[in-house]
Design a binder for this molecule. Structure first.
Ligand SMILES: Cc1ncc(COP(=O)(O)O)c(C=O)c1O
Length: 379
């Protein structure tokens, strides 16, 4: 079956008890045993519940994985992935990762004996040089948030394969509709489902998709032991969002391209970071690896004052954290999503104070552009 069909039907079969085309929300914490030692497949909602199981089946299918586990947020899922490691293990990460991943690794997980190195993973040689005898995982974000660097997943996976290193890819910016890392050799895919998968800015969630049964077993152990599995109502909301993922992504992609071209030609905009533009240094890799450039882009207005004037005059586009919803969201990474990154690191990776990030929504693109243009008059 095709992607859109799978997104609508896998894990979403009609309810066997009633025929309801939409599965009920199993808002219950516990399940009654038929007799001692015998239940209907569920015992307690932290361990598992039907809405979670349904969403996990959908996610595994859409990413082409063996199995998937869903968590209360993207960060809870990413935390579970790092817990596959042991004290003394080393991880190489994309240097412009989401600020929350930077914080989790450098301020929390280091205290449990894990080691982290941040490099520009779009440069294969830099990755090779960062590897150590104890490197156990390559953690890639592609495109990176918010600098839109693209890493060649197949090339990275080849390097990792030579040394038995696990490759984990954060696919949040693309969604499985535009990029399927497992097809390029990744072992693990993570998502903030809060973004495109849910798509309607009304729930948080994370997904971990696995290709190896031994990883799956460990991730499920972590999920049920630490208790960060996604709750029934949130699973329902994400599952509902996923049914329209294909059509939403087509429109996001079309709007993203139009807005990026418009900003690229705008005299007040110094630079646009968008892999869909031929001037982007990773345009060719993006064309090969992605089904489309998507709707995330960043652009530089030169200074924090210029950015502030622009942001404060937007009327349709909303100044907010997060991305991937139907509505256009704008943020200033240096002061918002990446505030936990030290200034010198931000500057090294190109997150300047005038860098504005745009998550282009699926409103009429003329309206989005009109709003950006009127706010740019104040820059
Ligand atoms: C690329 C990326 N990965 C992971 C996360 C974390 O996801 P969550 O906010 O659902 O915990 C985010 C959040 O913005 C993100 O942008």
């Amino acid at each position: 079956m095709g992607f859109a069909t799978n997104a609508i039907h896998v894990g979403q079969e009609p309810d066997p008890a009633t025929g309801a085309i939409v599965a009920p929300i199993y808002q219950t914490s516990t399940y009654v045993n038929e007799e001692l030692g015998k239940n209907k497949g569920y015992d307690y909602a932290r361990t598992n519940h039907p809405n979670r199981k349904a969403l996990e089946r959908t996610m595994a299918k859409l990413e082409g994985g063996h199995s998937a586990y869903v968590f209360t947020s993207g960060m809870a899922g990413i935390d579970a992935v790092f817990r596959l490691l042991r004290p003394g293990d080393h991880v190489v990460l994309s240097e412009a990762v989401y600020g929350g991943v930077f914080r989790l690794s450098t301020q929390l997980l280091v205290h449990f004996g894990l080691e982290f190195s941040f490099v520009d993973t779009s440069m294969l040689e830099a990755v090779r040089m960062a590897l150590r005898p104890n490197t156990k995982m390559l953690y890639i974000e592609t495109p990176t948030n918010p600098t839109m660097n693209v890493t060649d997943i197949a090339a990275i996976s080849k390097v990792a394969g030579e040394r038995n290193i696990t490759v984990a890819v954060d696919n949040t910016f693309m969604s499985p509709f535009l990029q399927r890392p497992i097809e390029h050799g990744a072992h693990i895919v993570v998502h903030s489902m809060t973004k495109y998968l849910n798509g309607h800015s009304d729930a948080t969630g994370g997904a971990v998709v696995l290709t190896r049964p031994e990883d799956a077993e460990k991730i499920y152990f972590i999920q049920r032991s630490a208790g960060a599995g996604l709750a029934p109502m949130d699973c329902f909301l994400v599952s509902r969002g996923i049914k329209t993922l294909a059509v939403r992504m087509l429109q996001h992609n079309a709007n993203g391209i139009t807005v990026a071209r418009h900003l690229d030609a705008h005299p007040k905009v110094r630079k646009v970071y968008y892999p869909g533009l031929p001037s982007h240094p990773h345009h060719e890799v993006a064309r090969r690896q992605q089904k489309g450039p998507g709707a995330m882009l960043s652009f530089d207005l030169g200074s924090v004052d210029a950015a502030r004037r622009f942001l404060n005059h937007l009327q349709l586009c909303s100044l907010a954290e997060s991305l991937g919803g139907v509505e256009t969201l704008v943020s200033l990474p240096a002061l918002m999503t990446h505030a936990s990154m030290p200034k010198e690191v931000r500057e090294r990776v190109g997150i300047t104070e005038g860098l504005v990030r745009l998550s282009v929504g699926i409103e009429d693109v003329e309206d989005i552009i009109a709003d950006l243009d009127q706010a740019l008059l104040y820059v």
